[in-house]
Design a protein around this ligand. Structure first.
Ligand code: DQA
Length: 138
């Protein structure tokens, strides 16, 4: 079975509780079980960390073995040369996703260190951004 992984960065463990007007009120666990069921032709793994180096380590670990990576590096998107370099270094295609439309928010969220190295970018569709990314691997 083809393996996909969703990698979420800092503060995304609080989805459902965190700023629900921006990020929605569904927890990621609930959402994940729905998409796992819906796209059962894929193995869909999940990893979340608030620590930049752990996100880089995970990208290295899966980046030569998995079929696809769906990455929401959250705030690190706008700051991390290291995560951008990791995405560039690995072979597995990475789809960058964001729940909110980062371009309609503060200016510092307009910059991404990931986009240039991603296969594609999906921004602003709520949790559906992740689902659209999964569909891109069908
Ligand atoms: C986010 C957007 C980022 O700017 C923010 O820091 C996040 C979440 C999103 O999915 O909309 O934590 O990546």
């Amino acid at each position: 079975m083809k393996k996909l992984i969703i990698i979420n960065g800092p503060n995304l463990n609080l989805l459902g509780k965190r700023e629900p007007k921006i990020y929605g009120s569904l927890s990621f666990t609930e959402f994940l079980s729905e998409v796992k069921e819906k796209y059962s032709n894929f193995q869909i793994d999940y990893f979340q960390s608030n620590i930049e180096g752990e996100l880089i380590d995970k990208l290295h670990e899966v980046g030569f073995a998995y079929y696809g990576i769906i990455l929401n590096s959250a705030a690190y998107t706008h700051t991390s040369v290291g995560i951008g370099d990791a995405v560039k270094a690995i072979e597995t295609p990475v789809i960058e996703v964001h729940i909110s439309n980062t371009f309609s928010r503060e200016k510092f969220r307009h910059k991404s260190y990931i986009s240039a190295h991603a296969k594609g970018v999906i921004i602003g569709f709520g949790l559906q951004s992740y689902e659209l990314a999964i569909q891109s691997f069908l």
